[in-house]
Design a protein around this ligand. Structure first.
Ligand code: TRP
Ligand code: ZN
Length: 504
């Protein structure tokens, strides 16, 4: 049954795309045309027929749009590094409108007199830097902010950005469906941003190489709840509205930031908490809160299993949020999001629970330095599924899974996992071929060196970023073997290598 798993995400993503045929997203390639002529122009009024020439951009900023990611060079921005985001956001589902004040604590990484954040939609009403009102421009999907005075390398600054409007998802460059802020048919709003949807709800430096901590103050009408990454600090209720304050004290990549707003319940999972020693809480629709689906309470066991294999669970808490009509799951930090569909298929649900949990180590704590390294996320999370099969069903079931996945790969024509296409980043290769790469490594260097490699890789890069060369270097250092050929073959050759015969 789990042989179907690998294809599932790709398939599910495609199905989701079919189910939603009203892409209103802007051209994913930011052009240098749709420039708002004044700071009061809505970004959404792309049909404005003004002939006013856009104001000239500060010349140094235009050279810093984008961080040069191998797949999405325009994502993120150079010139600064964010330490903390404070997101003070009020959402009124009645009128589907949010108003927000986002504060960005950052440090200049070179001399700058302006900087840019990724952002799309909404009306930006005011921006201050270090308490002073400043001017700004919108250039495609960039919001360019003038500094009140030039900053030197190492100078800290705080930018506060006020905006409001109706949140909308954006068409991803990487996936065939809309990412970012979405709303299901039951009226639950949630954010699934990987890799490029962050700009649909926050002004941010949207690249995994700039991790930051986050404070969320989310105000919603009672009796709705608002959940976000990290731990709930307090809930302040006033005149029929509640402000839910969530803190994410561990560094987090921007694509993992989320909120979930709806008629839901935050349900502590005592079984999992007791088993793992990690605070486990899930965000569930009312019917599931009173009738917990069986595999959910096994997350404690799963956490203990991976903590032993990889190292201690990385964050302050864990759990999932279940939303409607969404045929995928995403590993948002400390709060993975699952479409309701999964709940209907317990065996499959269990496997995807394992997958998203494993991402907390590989993807969320150790984050790819570049989107081209995505197999470090998906190959590892897929391999973790097979480790869970080995643990719960034995070595023969593990070997059968690996063989089945290899055979299935032979039937399709996919790029190798080390070279994923930008327009189909999450293709099955980065999952399955990527997972098989780890299997091949395990057979080559043996169980002891293999699991030591995983632990050392995690311990070396936790709360940080890593690339493929970093992983290979650790595997070689731990095993003492020259693994150049193995990784060249498995990550970059056009055909899937044969499985190694001996099993570890
Ligand atoms: N990382 C997800 C997984 O675990 C796949 C994914 C990427 C995704 N981007 C997404 C899922 C956006 C939902 C929404 O496999
Ligand atoms: Zn995944």
């Amino acid at each position: 049954m789990n042989r179907l798993l690998a294809a599932f995400l790709a398939l599910a993503l495609a199905l989701t795309a079919c189910a939603e045929a009203e892409p209103t997203a802007p051209d994913p390639q930011p052009e240098t045309t749709a420039v708002a002529p004044t700071t009061s122009t809505l970004a959404t009024t792309t049909t404005t027929t003004t002939t006013t020439a856009p104001p000239p951009l500060p010349s140094d900023v235009t050279t810093r749009l984008g961080l040069g990611d191998s797949r999405y060079p325009e994502l993120g921005n150079a010139g600064y590094d964010v330490a903390h985001y404070t997101i003070d956001l009020t959402f009124d589902p009645e009128v589907n409108t949010l108003s927000a004040l986002v504060s960005i604590d950052a440090t200049a990484t070179e001399p700058i007199d302006a900087f840019s954040v990724d952002f799309v939609g909404f009306e930006v009403t005011a921006i201050k830097v270090n308490g002073e009102a400043v001017s700004f421009d919108r250039l495609g999907e960039e919001l360019i902010i003038q500094l009140p005075a030039p900053l030197a390398t190492g100078d800290d600054f705080v930018a506060t950005i006020a905006y409001n409007g109706t949140p909308q998802p954006v068409l991803s460059q990487a996936l065939p469906f809309e990412v970012g802020w979405r709303t299901d048919t039951a009226g639950t709003s949630y954010v699934v941003a990987e890799p490029d949807g962050g700009r649909s709800w926050l002004p941010l430096n949207d690249h995994p190489s700039d991790k930051a901590t986050y404070t969320f103050l989310i105000t919603v009408p009672e009796p709705l709840i608002a959940a976000a990454n990290g731990t709930l600090q307090e809930r302040i209720t006033d005149l029929g509205w509640s402000t839910w304050v969530w803190e994410s004290n561990d560094p987090m990549a921007s694509y993992l930031a989320t909120v979930v707003i709806g008629d839901l319940m935050v349900v502590p999972d005592e079984t999992s908490t007791t088993e793992s020693g990690v605070v486990v809480r899930n965000v569930l629709p009312r019917d599931l809160a009173t009738d917990i689906p069986v595999p959910l309470e096994r997350q404690g066991e799963m956490i203990s299993f991976f903590a032993e294999l990889f190292g201690p669970y990385p964050f302050e808490a864990y759990g999932i949020a279940v939303v409607g009509d969404f045929e995928a799951a995403l590993e948002n930090q400390t709060l993975s999001i699952f479409g309701r569909t999964f709940v209907e298929f317990p065996a499959f649900f269990e496997t995807v629970l394992v997958h998203e949990l494993a991402h907390q180590w590989f993807g969320n704590s150790v984050t790819p330095a570049d989107w081209g390294d995505i197999w470090l996320n998906e190959g590892f999370a897929t391999y973790a599924e097979w480790l869970w099969i080995e643990e719960t069903r034995g070595a023969a079931a593990y070997q059968a899974t690996v063989n089945g996945e290899r055979n299935r790969l032979a039937l399709v024509d996919l790029p190798p996992p080390g070279n994923p296409p930008a327009e189909d980043l999450f293709n099955a290769s980065v999952y399955v071929w990527g997972g098989l790469t780890l299997h091949a490594l395990r057979v080559e260097i043996g169980d002891d060196a293999f699991f030591e490699t995983l632990r050392t890789y995690y311990a070396t890069y936790e709360n940080s970023i890593a690339n493929t060369a970093d992983f290979i270097a650790i595997a070689e250092a731990v095993s003492g073997a020259d693994l150049t050929d193995l990784f060249d073959q498995w990550l970059y050759s056009a055909v899937v290598p044969e499985l190694p015969s001996a099993s570890g």
